[in-house]
Design a protein around this ligand. Structure first.
Ligand SMILES: C[S@@+](CC[C@H](N)C(=O)[O-])C[C@H]1O[C@@H](n2cnc3c(N)ncnc32)[C@H](O)[C@@H]1O
Length: 218
């Protein structure tokens, strides 16, 4: 699960800012229809609440490509959820194939926000719902929730993969800086660190899933 992800549409209070209006014009969309992205909206984002955890939709693209393009995912042995910093949850169907191009990914997510789902042949490939982390945990009801943080108890990718089973929810932060909020962390049964250095979320995801894959898929 990718949690507190830096993925959201431009919030109302920033929609009239010059940098937002300029990027909306460039994309030919309304300010309310585009993703908040610090690379375009740095000036508008200065000083906003929770600033360091917002405006990095590219991170989520990387994380999802790592998680949803691998054998363990194709073989239905992995479920992936994206919880966002503004308490929405994206549900992904097993058959979803995400665009490799970031530009197309952003367009797809913007369409998902505006329509609530991306459907093909009667299947919801992607669906987005208003839901906080606590409600998502209640809904999937795992036997244990393991949070991953550079500030957690020291462990390893192998150890984590050895103790995880089909009823374990592994939580990675979908943000570039900072730590999980208390509201999120209070649901962790434990918090572990798998490397002595803080690493990018997609690196952590790819390495853990590779260890899991070696154990699960023979
Ligand atoms: C770029 S980091 C966020 C920065 C945060 N300072 C940190 O190091 O945890 C994104 C996510 O990757 C995971 N992560 C990064 N380094 C980690 C580590 N050494 N051990 C476990 N998880 C890590 C965490 O889930 C974190 O929320």
């Amino acid at each position: 699960m990718i949690v507190e992800s830096a993925l959201e549409l431009i919030p109302k209070e920033l929609q009239k800012h010059n940098s937002v209006l300029a990027s909306a014009k460039r994309f030919g969309k309304k300010p309310s229809e585009i993703l908040l992205d610090v690379s375009w909206h740095f000036a508008a984002m200065k000083g906003i609440k929770n600033e360091i955890k917002r405006g990095r939709p590219d991170l989520i693209h990387f994380c999802l490509l790592e998680a949803c393009s691998i054998p363990i995912y194709f073989e239905n042995k992995l479920e992936v959820f994206v919880h966002t910093v503004d308490d929405k949850v994206i549900f992904l169907d097993k058959s979803v194939r995400l665009p490799k191009s970031y530009h197309r990914f952003a367009g797809l997510i913007e369409k998902l926000y505006s329509e609530g789902k991306i459907e093909e042949d009667g299947i919801n490939l992607l669906e987005i719902k208003k839901m906080d982390f606590e409600s998502l945990i209640k809904k999937i009801n795992p036997a244990q929730v393991i949070g991953l943080s550079s500030k957690g108890i020291s462990s390893s990718y192998q150890q984590l993969a050895a103790e995880a089973n089909s009823d374990t929810c592994i939580v990675v932060g979908g943000f570039a800086k900072g730590q999980f909020s208390d509201k999120t962390a209070k649901h962790f049964d434990k918090t572990i660190s798998v490397d002595k250095n803080p690493l990018e979320a997609h690196i952590i995801i790819s390495r853990i899933l590779y260890e899991l894959e070696k154990r699960i898929i023979t």
